[in-house]
Design a protein around this ligand. Structure first.
Ligand SMILES: Cc1cc2nc3c(=O)[nH]c(=O)nc-3n(C[C@H](O)[C@H](O)[C@H](O)COP(=O)(O)OP(=O)(O)OC[C@H]3O[C@@H](n4cnc5c(N)ncnc54)[C@H](O)[C@@H]3O)c2cc1C
Length: 372
């Protein structure tokens, strides 16, 4: 007889797909539903960090990502048209000493394929409408099915990996406190003729804000920043070609007040959102998924909030601090620009910490010992 709990995973983004994969490999039965008709073909995230590559290794997904992606080996900080700091990601004692550049849509496809090979298919066009905790291991849910009919479903455990506007979080009345930056940011995927190194991330602090540039495919670059229009601020000798995609967004930094309420847990963007600087969002979601799945398999979901809350808070705090400096609106960010040689010297001194932060290795991931 199977004594493992039945888990309902809500949302087939990178977090929900990873959680389903980890749970399946741990022998926990899982059902995964997604409101849309298929996986997203839009790539927000491009950086898969060494932490995620390590966590996904046993599933075989890492091997697929490494086959398709391209490593970024370093980061250049620019000021007034020249590089003032060269960060080297390869100087780390790790099996994957780089940030893997790989489109989120392709990462999701690799995760879903691995899941399907294990006999678990995402149920598309299936939307979670309501969720209510009915007991220690009983969660009553209602789902709208592809036919339009409503299904009542009782799961032992529910994971809300349903993104920033999480229905699960809202249904449980869990707060999502935080703050936001007023100014709009822009992200553009654009064809570019350029002399910039394609295996490095380029970041400029100019007087008004920041510009990031990263090569995401042959001659295709992602450019993001808060100095608009962003394509007027290209680095190196660069000539813009066709724009493939562009979007404007506002940055928020929020962390859920509760990572779990009884048998219902939150993970990924449903639990935390922050600036894309550092490429942590998707990677942090994969980390949540790993911890969640292992705790569920050990019957220790009660430890999930205790383990994730401090780790996530510390990452989001640091991402917010780094973004504050990059966006160029605070006193500290003006000083950092004004005294650029001192800033560069400080960055050289702290390069090890900076590298760990960029690579997502700034805190350990373990599932700790059980709460007494
Ligand atoms: C410009 C930009 C660049 C970024 N770059 C990086 C990067 O380089 N590296 C990085 O790690 N992160 C990056 N991020 C962040 C990353 O994209 C997100 O953190 C990631 O998508 C979160 O994944 P998720 O699975 O938690 O949520 P989502 O990707 O939002 O997936 C949630 C899923 O749940 C589904 N859903 C929602 N409600 C329901 C419901 N009621 N029923 C059923 N399904 C539902 C949605 O349709 C969706 O498919 C970036 C973000 C932006 C905006």
């Amino acid at each position: 007889m199977n004594t493992k709990p039945q888990v309902l995973v809500v949302g087939a983004g990178p977090t929900g797909l990873s959680a389903s994969l980890f749970l399946t490999d741990l022998g926990v039965p899982v059902r995964i539903v997604e409101q849309h008709s298929g996986l997203s073909d839009h790539s927000k995230a491009f950086g898969v960090n060494p932490r995620s590559l390590t966590l996904l290794e046993s599933t075989g997904v890492t091997e697929r990502l490494l086959r398709q992606g391209r490593p970024a080996h370093g980061m250049d900080l620019w000021r007034h048209g020249r590089v003032i700091f060269e960060g080297d990601l390869t100087k780390i004692d790790h099996k994957y000493p780089f940030m893997l550049v790989h489109p989120q849509a392709d990462s999701e496809r690799a995760l879903a394929d691995a899941l399907a090979e294990r006999g678990v298919d995402v149920e598309f066009n299936t939307k979670l409408e309501t969720v209510e905790v009915a007991g220690d291991d009983q969660v009553e849910c209602s789902l709208t099915l592809p036919s339009g009919e409503t299904e009542s479903y009782v799961a032992n455990i529910v994971l809300g990996s349903d993104g920033p506007h999480s229905t699960v979080r809202e249904q449980l009345g869990i707060d999502f406190p935080g703050d936001h930056f007023d100014e709009p940011w822009m992200v553009v995927d654009i064809e570019l003729e350029t002399d910039l190194a394609i295996d490095r991330v380029h970041l400029e602090w100019n007087d008004a804000g920041a510009v990031f540039m990263i090569c995401i495919a042959d001659n295709l670059w992602r450019i993001a920043g808060n100095v608009l229009p962003i394509t007027d601020h290209l680095l190196g000798n660069s000539t813009a070609g066709a724009t493939v995609w562009e979007s404007e967004f506002h940055m928020r930094h929020c962390v859920t007040s509760e990572f779990a309420k009884g048998p219902v847990a939150l993970a990924g963007d449903a639990a935390h959102i922050h600036s894309p600087l550092g490429g942590r969002g998707m990677n942090l979601g994969i980390e949540d998924a790993y911890v969640f799945a292992n705790l569920v398999a050990q019957g220790r979901l009660r430890d999930y909030h205790r383990l994730r809350s401090p780790a996530v808070h510390s990452v989001v705090r640091r991402v917010e601090q780094m973004t504050q400096i990059a966006r160029g609106k605070s006193q500290l960010s003006h000083l950092a620009r004004q005294f650029a040689p001192l800033t560069t010297a400080a960055m050289k001194l702290g390069e090890g910490n900076l590298r760990n932060w960029v690579l997502g290795l700034d805190h350990p991931v373990n599932i700790g010992s059980p709460t007494k």
